[in-house]
Design a protein around this ligand. Structure first.
Ligand SMILES: Nc1nc2c(ncn2[C@@H]2O[C@H](COP(=O)(O)OP(=O)(O)OP(=O)(O)O)[C@@H](O)[C@H]2O)c(=O)[nH]1
Ligand SMILES: [Mg+2]
Length: 322
């Protein structure tokens, strides 16, 4: 991937384009360098995500570089399907083994994971609370086509969103916290290995921004080669300036990672800005998850076919030497 421009000339050009990208707003409202506004007021993208050299005559530069977020209707999968809580009994208390893609919501306790899930599913499916530590185990929520009858539904999910327990809940005894973090981390590791986990959405409270612990978790996701996207929550409770600052910090992390590492970072160049309370940025997030589900299901199908072909090969070869 082209990681953007370097040198003073391109530095200035980038600044110019980043202003022009937001030509509807006066320069004073322009986002800081290294971040582009997009067609959506709720999605920012790192300038490093934009390929090629900048041609100021090219009108496509002044809209969203990927056009993914231009669409304002609900994605079809979300429109014609419904979310449902999937009890662990459905999976016999094991992790799901079907080739169904999943995305997980991760973040500090009280950051708004369960509330965001409810906003996306337009139902109060996940339990929320003012008291940190409400969600105690990974909870699965499946997206099922509405026309299916209940009995047919079990294996027919288009994808799962997993609501994870929050980290850093200081009120619980240390041992409980340690175990809790270990199980969440172990869980994520397992789902990465299984191939089901397509992406982690790392939620950050807009009022607080990215802290050291969040950063170390993002570092771990990079090491685990797990794709992730940062989502700012509770956007209704801070000023636009603070939102832009927080989004820019996250875009800069993307740049810094790209510069320091030979290997690519697994961070997405996009930052989503959301408010579950005011229902802001939710449709953009639906489109992002819809993409994860459709790409993930194709990938899992290929993996499943490869697995089957391998086991057929083994069973055909079995006993030939006797
Ligand atoms: N102002 C505002 N408050 C929110 C928003 N989203 C969540 N909250 C509040 O934040 C608190 C925590 O929300 P939860 O969704 O339970 O947070 P969580 O991340 O699931 O918390 P744990 O399960 O403890 O990890 C609740 O009091 C919510 O009402 C939002 O968009 N705006
Ligand atoms: Mg929760």
């Amino acid at each position: 991937m082209n990681r953007g421009l370097s040198g003073t000339k391109s530095f200035l050009k980038r600044k110019l384009v980043s202003w022009r990208c937001n030509s509807t707003s006066a320069p004073i409202n322009a986002p800081p360098l290294l971040m582009y506004g997009t067609a959506s007021p709720y999605v920012y993208v790192s300038s490093a995500a934009i390929d090629g050299t900048i041609d100021e005559e090219d009108p496509s530069l002044f809209v969203h570089p990927k056009s993914l977020f231009v669409e304002k209707n609900l994605p079809k999968s979300f429109e014609s399907s419904q979310f449902r809580y999937v009890s662990p009994t459905t999976f016999n208390f094991e992790l799901p083994d079907k080739p169904i893609p999943e995305v997980a919501f991760l973040g500090k306790s009280n950051v708004g994971k369960s509330s965001l899930l409810n906003a996306l599913t337009t139902k109060d499916l996940a339990k929320t609370s003012k008291t940190p530590g409400r969600t105690q185990q990974p909870n699965y929520f499946g997206l099922y086509p509405s026309f299916l009858k209940n009995k047919e539904k079990e294996d027919a999910a288009l994808g799962y969103i997993i609501d994870l327990p929050g980290f850093g809940y200081a009120k619980a005894p240390d041992e409980v916290v340690a175990k809790w973090q270990a199980t969440t981390q172990e869980f994520l590791q397992q789902r990465i290995v299984d191939g089901n986990l397509q992406r982690v959405y790392m939620l950050i409270d807009s009022r607080r921004g990215l802290n050291t612990f969040d950063s170390s978790i993002l570092g771990w996701l990079d090491e685990a080669e797990c794709d992730y996207t940062v989502v700012l929550t509770k956007a209704d409770s801070v000023s636009k300036a603070k939102l832009v600052k927080s989004a820019n910090e996250i875009c800069m992390r993307y740049h810094a990672k790209g510069l320091e590492n030979e290997s690519e970072t697994h961070q997405s160049p996009c930052v989503h800005i959301t408010s579950s309370k005011k229902n802001k940025g939710i449709v953009d997030l639906m489109w992002a998850i819809d993409t994860d589900f459709s790409l993930g299901s194709e990938q899992l199908k290929i993996m499943e076919e490869e697995r089957k072909a391998k086991s057929e090969k083994v069973s055909k070869g079995w006993g030939k030497t006797r």
